[in-house]
Design a protein around this ligand. Structure first.
Ligand code: NAP
Length: 510
């Protein structure tokens, strides 16, 4: 694979990592196993290129991402092949990555500037000062990504970082580095200076740590457990960071919901990408009045899902990523069944399709002593709970250490929006699954242990800048300049006191 060869030529490390297709076990590429020294060199290359890039007008930067937008749509088959080869996901799930990435490129290319352009602000003292805020790039941004969306969850964050004038060094997950390497080549083809974006590959504990030790800002997407370690290391250097972490997301179905719509959304939102999505549903709370109807519709929808692999859009769910992931799913289901939960549909591995296939599974009768109740499964397992009221549903939805994504299904849209403000989650959709993600004008991220900071929206690009306030004195005197430079005499105190009293009362000045 040319992408891999090019990346190898930039490193000094001789050892390589073989990337394998999780379904066939075949080698689909090799990447260098970089060292800490390689990471330092990559950061330096990005830093050198960033100096000139920071001076490049935003319009010219944006033009590259508009071209990138068009190119990923044009070359979609090639990148879907790469994504599928290294992750084992279905073609449709691979396309989701392209769709979402094109949206991010479009959003930041057309709207990024308004969030980071210099802003006039009110001066500190009326008539005496004027002021503005400028948003300066932080320098080099490190991005550590997970394996579940190998293209999207590396490049989605790189786009605003680059557009804000930074260099970027990406460390993709060791299981799935090929998509980020492919994207780097495409960005260079679109005109991005070669040094500005680097991809380093190798184990998180080594390559990831070296990255944290040398970049100026860190964007991490992954598990809460690793996120905690990454945060501690970044805090040691006092660099800023943002984190998109785990979830145990809840969907709420009220008695007046459109039952079929809600059941389709539950199956889609729980089982897409084989459940390996941070914002997927793992819990659904259904009002008692419609519980039976909803459950039978959910079972029907789940049974329709087609498991398999291939380059056509014939299948809905692909494979889980690894044996480790399969074992976690099996453990959660086994533990739940042993403690009294009921499998309503699914509940079995499907080795005849590939070593890590697992059926989409719906559980009922889940209780707090079961692993699946509160721990993130990150697989195709959805627990359905009966509740007596919206209040109970919200209380249970909020009873989690996570707070990433949620949804409320009701025919009363305004009521749904009001209830949403009581759910502790960074995004809440009303009558939809993952609308929050694609609402790029707004921030996306987690409450509680689901994250720190936000991606998307104004926050998603401003975080990659150092805001700087520039305040200019429009007069030729200092306040204390009547007697000594530091003196404020009684007369002046009287004047300042009067000024403060008046100031609060003038609407356009206060
Ligand atoms: P992970 O094990 O936390 O790994 C994420 C990344 O961190 C990988 O690149 C990994 O490298 C690296 N890493 C591992 N140990 C490290 C260390 N000590 N220092 C620095 N980096 C280190 O997560 P994952 O298993 O790939 O992804 C699944 C998790 O990600 C789930 O919990 C899911 O909820 C979460 N996630 C969250 C979001 C979100 O937007 N909130 C999105 C997607 C996924 P190696 O691959 O080399 O180990």
């Amino acid at each position: 694979m040319s992408a891999v060869r090019q990346q190898q030529s930039t490193g000094t490390q001789q050892r390589t990592i073989t990337i394998r297709n999780p379904i066939t076990g075949e080698s689909v590429g090799t990447v260098p196993r970089h060292t800490a020294d390689d990471v330092i060199a990559a950061v330096e290359r990005a830093r050198a290129a960033q100096k000139h890039w920071a001076e490049t007008p935003f319009r010219d930067r944006a033009a590259i991402f508009k071209r990138f937008h068009d190119l990923i749509l044009q070359d979609q088959d090639a990148i879907m092949d790469v994504i599928q080869a290294e992750s084992g996901k279905s073609r449709r799930d691979a396309f989701v990555e392209i769709f979402a990435l094109a949206c991010a490129a479009r959003y930041y290319a057309y709207h990024g500037w308004k969030h980071i352009r210099p802003r006039r602000i009110r001066g500190g003292i009326p008539l005496r000062a004027r002021a503005k805020v400028v948003y300066r790039p932080v320098g080099v941004v490190g991005i550590i990504g997970p394996w579940n969306f190998p293209l999207l969850l590396t490049v989605d964050d790189a786009i605003p970082a680059l557009l804000a004038g930074n260099g970027v060094v990406i460390k993709p997950a060791s299981l799935t580095p090929l998509s980020a390497i492919w994207a780097r080549e495409k960005l260079i083809e679109c005109g991005l200076p070669e040094g500005l974006i680097q991809v380093v590959t190798g184990p998180g504990g080594e390559v990831g740590n070296a990255l944290i030790d040398h970049v100026d800002y860190l964007m991490f997407t992954g598990s809460t457990e690793i996120g905690r370690k990454v945060a501690e290391r970044a805090a040691g250097r006092l660099i800023r960071y943002s984190m998109e972490l785990g979830g145990k997301n809840a969907m709420i179905v009220l008695a007046d919901a459109n039952i079929k719509h809600a059941a389709i959304a539950a199956a889609e939102g729980a089982f897409n990408n084989c459940g390996q999505v941070c914002i997927n549903w793992e819990r659904v709370y259904v009002e008692a009045k419609i519980y039976d109807q909803f459950v039978s519709e959910l079972i029907e929808q789940t049974k329709k899902l087609r498991l398999g692999t291939g380059k056509e859009f014939d299948y809905d769910l692909g494979s889980l990523i690894s044996r480790e992931q399969l074992e976690k799913v099996e453990e959660h289901v086994r533990d739940a069944v042993e403690k009294g939960a009921k499998v309503l549909v699914g509940g079995r591995p499907r080795p005849e399709l590939g070593p890590y296939f697992y059926e989409p599974t719906v559980l009922a009768g889940v209780t707090p002593d079961m692993l699946v109740h509160s721990e993130e499964t990150f697989g195709p397992v959805l627990s359905v709970y009966k509740v007596e009221s919206a209040d109970e549903a919200i209380r249970l939805a909020n009873d989690s250490r996570y707070g990433l994504n949620a949804a409320i299904f009701t025919r009363r849209r305004r009521y749904g929006e009001r209830l949403a403000t009581r759910v502790d989650a960074g995004t809440v959709s009303v009558n939809d699954t993952q609308l929050g993600w694609i609402t790029l004008h707004g921030p996306m991220g987690g409450f509680k242990e689901s994250g720190v900071g936000r991606r998307h929206g104004p926050e998603g690009i401003r975080k990659y800048t150092e805001p700087q306030t520039i305040a200019t004195n429009l007069t030729n005197f200092q306040i204390g300049s009547f007697e000594t430079a530091l003196s404020i005499n009684r007369r002046m105190i009287g004047f300042l006191t009067l000024l403060l009293k008046l100031w609060r009362r003038i609407p356009f000045l206060r």
